[in-house]
Design a protein. Sequence first.
Length: 106
Amino acid sequence: MASKVKKGDRVMVLTGRNKGAEGEVLKVIPADNRVVVRGVNVVKRHTKPTQANPQGGINTFEAPIAASNVALIDPRDGKPTRVGFKIDEHGRKTRYAKRSGESLDV
C-alpha cells in the first residue's frame, strides 16, 4: 500500500505531549509504521565513551512517533488534513488533501 506520509512532508502532531507541534518528516519507517519529525519527540540519551565516540556525553535527537499520530498540513489553508489517493490524467497514483482536494504530489 502507498504511504500517506512521505519524507519532506509538513505534518502536525495530533496526540501526545507534542500535540499541535508542526514539523518536517525526516524519516519514514514503514515496517514499524512510524515517522521521525524535526523538533518533535526530542529525547536525550546518556552514552558511555567508546572507541567510536571517546568523549561520550549526552546526545539529543528526535525519536520516532506513530504515523497515526500525525496529519499532513493542507497546502491551501495550513490546517491538518486526511490524505486520499486518486489516479491523475497520466495514469499515476497521487496523493491529495481531502480537506481542499489539492494535490500533495508535485
